[in-house]
Design a protein around this ligand. Sequence first.
Ligand SMILES: Nc1nc2c(ncn2[C@@H]2O[C@H](COP(=O)(O)OP(=O)(O)O)[C@@H](O)[C@H]2O)c(=O)[nH]1
Ligand SMILES: [Mg+2]
Length: 328
Amino acid sequence: MSHGLTTVNGNANLYGTPQAAEHISDSDGRSSMTDQLVGREFTELAGRANGGSNSSSGANSMTTRGALVERRRPMPASHGEPWTYVMNGTNVRVTVSIIVPARNEAANLVLLLPALPPAYEVILVDGNSVDGTVEVARRALPQIRVVKQTGKGKGDAMCAGLRAATGDISVFIDADGSNTADEIHQFVLALVSGADLAKGSRFLPRGGSSDITGVRRLGNWGIRFLVNNLYDVRFTDVAYGFNALWTRHRDVLRLDCQGFEVETLMHVRAARAGLVIQEVPSFEGKRAVGATNLHALRDGLRIAAVLIREACDQYINGRKIDRRDATV
Ligand SMILES: Nc1nc2c(ncn2[C@@H]2O[C@H](COP(=O)(O)OP(=O)(O)O)[C@@H](O)[C@H]2O)c(=O)[nH]1
Ligand SMILES: [Mg+2]
């Protein structure tokens, strides 16, 4: 049985188990996530979040985890302010942490950091850089929090960043200039509209990449095929660094890996836990300066190993990950 793949207006894909869908069904008992979260309404919200008016017209409502959300206001008041939305008639502000794993990215951080929304907590997770990454980051953004990773690899850095995050929402963005800060609000919008995890996809309409090689595209296709068939989802991308989640789900995902397999692990664990997952189209540009740390063969094998590990874990434990582990 499919977990509810939906592609609407080329804007977003949304997944969730029936169990997860219950949490966002509306008072009429409709559980179609398409109706609730994406499509024309979503597009309108996205458009408004891009700088449109704060009009309250066209209000609709849905429930998320039992609470009423009026869809007219999941939007930032203006660039750089915390997100506000209305839940049970009360204005709810959500805070956002942006986690930036960086290893020798000094030249790229001068471009990225000033472009990040000023109201958000920014956490740089430094991978023992030797090019002045930390000093440059502190100069470019004096309020930045710097976390030194103790282990090795991008996955280890992301785990450390997620542990350190204090925001309601955590956004992962690469430091190399390939992800656009302007897209962050689309991820936050997906979360405040009901998703548990917003995963970027380069392979949705309006997404794309000028950085991906033929080998990596092929690898992504193979991993996607496995993940989609093993976990009954229809992801379009499984190895992309731009993602966001409600921080409390770190207790469900319990990420425990070192390298570039981290994104695939995050997506698989979210699917196993029955979290509501929404894909957000994203464009990956070329890294501005320097070369990739990824080795297609080595990291492809690490991803394969993590998939086998997860499949064995599911087989041995005979159950899905329990989303009630989350501290709500
Ligand atoms: N802290 C930390 N960051 C890393 C490490 N390896 C990669 N990164 C960061 O992860 C992001 C993506 O890495 P990149 O080499 O561009 O991989 P690609 O985008 O898959 O080609 C960049 O911001 C890197 O600086 C690491 O070992 N530690
Ligand atoms: Mg990159």
